[in-house]
Structure formats: C-alpha cells, structure tokens
Design a protein around this ligand. Structure first.
Ligand SMILES: [Zn+2]
Length: 321
C-alpha cells in the first residue's frame, strides 16, 4: 500500500514529464537548451542566479503553446500524482504566463481546472500564483479572478524572492483571504527569517512555499508553530538551487521538533529530475516520520474535512500495516 498524502507544492510547467518535454520540442521543431535535459544545478542564491533558473523554466514553458498542450501536461501531472499515492493535489499556476495562448486569464484558469478533473482518486485545488517581480496590481487581479472559481483554493506568490517586498502584496492577499482563499506565498528560500516574518504577518500566510530558512530564528519557529503555518519543504529543489549543500542539511526535522507543520513537495520535478516520492526518499525518514509528514500534508491542505479524516485514518492503517 502506498502512503496516502497531499502534494501542496508543484508548479504547472515544472510538473511536466521529461518525455513530454522532449516530445513537444520534437513536434514543434524546437531545440532544447542542453541544461534542460539534465537536473538543474543553479546557484539561485548568487547574484543573477535566479535569472539562469528562470531561463530554463521559460524554455520549457514556451512548449505549452495552446490548450491541448496545457491540458496534456496537467492530465499527466494528475496521473503521476495518483501513482505516487497523492490523494489531494494543489497545483500552482500563474495564469498570466499562459493567458495570451489560452484566450485570456479567465479561459486559462478554466482550461487548467477542466484538466484537473479526474477519476483517478486525486482531489484537486488550484493555486493562482502571482509574480513577485511584476507590479502588485497583477497579483491583485489574480486574487479577484480566483474568487470567481470554486476550484481555486489559494493565492501564491512566486519567482525571485530577492525581488518584490512582501509588504507590496498586502492588498492582493487581503482580497484573496476575504474571498475565502488561503495565502500560500513563497518565502524563506532565498531570503532569511525577516522575509518569512513579513510574509506571515503582512500576507496572512497559511503555508509558506519553502520557509526552510525560518529555522535560523527560534522565535520565528515559535510563531509558525503557534499559528500552525506549514512549510512546504522541497528538499531536492533546495539542493539544485544551492539553498542547501545536500539533502542532509534540510531542516525538516528541526521544523517538526519545533511544532511547525511540514509538507514535502517536488516544486519543479521537470527541472530537478526528482519526483515527489524521491523528495520523500532523500529525507532518510523512518516510517513513523513519513506518516507524520503525510499527516501534515493532509491537515495543511484545503481538502474537505471528511476527506481529510478518511485519509488520516488510511495513514494510520499504513503505519500499522
Ligand atoms: Zn515553488
């Protein structure tokens, strides 16, 4: 039996299968950058490091030329999650990156939501991710867009964390929270505890994309634990982007010991060449620890309460069995 879990940190283009990347490039007669055919190894913590990573990401995204390509990738993502025991998926998409090719922002969200529907036993929610390097009004537009769709569960904030002050996005996240969406911005990946603190206090984050650098400040860990703010920890991504030298340096155990919920994610498996299960595997966790992490992923998700209860019971059965 596969451990039931929720996957809460996965981006659309970054979730594309490598084989699909190669197939789409061949169909379209495009040459792929050689760096895209191997696991990413980019020092995102260095000056202009993120730009190198973004170029790779964009070279993959350009292959999603229309609704058929986007829906193919989303359906394959859902199939891959089902195979990994994922019973609840929250996929992150910045619809403004696809709107020109999909007929506008509204149509882009509809296109992704339609492809997320499945009969594979994977419940789904969509997180609309604002781009922190663009004007905050664009993220406010996404907050207003999100409240028009039942399937949209949260507002994210992604891209280069060293740019875009969290305080500039207060209005966007207030709009989102007022509409019943949860706040799930990235923070604490390239920047330290100060950025995490601002993101929690000003944006009302329910979860943090990464959040691993919160470990540098014990009082911040207390705050995260008190508020049950979950860190979406992506250990292979953190090594690929030089946040940590190795997965052994990942602070997930310290976060859990402080009472901070931790949900393991894959972030961009296409670029880091590691599936969700491989991200769990590099932790070197015991069965009891794996079950604990799976429980965190469920209780930190937006899955309906009855589904959460039945998945938690299945996790107990997995551990007992
Ligand atoms: Zn991410």
């Amino acid at each position: 039996m596969t451990l039931p879990k929720a996957h809460l940190h996965l981006h659309l283009t970054g979730g594309m299968r490598p084989a699909t990347l190669v197939a789409l490039a061949a169909e379209q007669g495009r040459r792929l950058p050689p760096d895209l055919l191997a696991p990413a190894d980019v020092d995102a913590t260095a000056l202009r490091g993120w730009a190198k990573f973004q170029r790779l990401y964009d070279a993959a995204r350009v292959l999603l030329t229309g609704p058929a390509e986007v829906q193919r990738v989303v359906r394959e993502i859902v199939e891959d999650q089902a195979a990994a025991g994922v019973r609840w998926l929250e996929l992150q998409v910045d619809p403004s990156s696809y709107s020109a090719r999909l007929g506008g922002l509204h149509a882009a969200v509809e296109c992704v939501l339609e492809a997320l529907e499945n009969d594979l036993g994977v419940g789904t929610g969509l997180v609309l991710a604002g781009n922190r390097t663009r004007h905050p009004s664009e993220t406010e537009t996404l907050a207003r867009l999100g409240r028009q769709f039942d399937g949209v569960v949260g507002l994210g904030l992604s891209n280069d964390e060293t740019r875009g002050d969290p305080r500039d996005f207060e209005k966007a996240f207030r709009l989102a929270r007022d509409a019943g969406l949860i706040a799930v911005p990235h923070a604490g990946e390239l920047r330290g505890p100060g950025s995490v603190q601002l993101t929690v206090e000003r944006l009302g984050a329910t979860r943090l994309g990464h959040g691993v650098r919160a470990v540098e400040d014990p009082s911040l860990l207390e705050l995260l634990a008190d508020l049950s703010v979950c860190c979406e920890v992506n250990p292979v991504s953190n090594v690929s982007l030089h946040v940590h030298a190795s997965a052994a340096d990942n602070p997930w155990r310290a976060l859990r010991a402080a009472g901070v919920p931790v949900a393991i994610g894959a972030d961009d498996p296409l670029l880091f060449r590691a599936s969700l299960l491989e991200n769990y595997a590099v932790l070197g966790a015991s069965d009891a620890e794996l079950a604990d992490l799976a429980r965190c992923s469920i209780t930190s998700s937006t899955a309906p309460a009855d589904l959460q209860a039945s998945l938690l019971a299945e996790i107990d059965a997995w551990l007992a069995g």
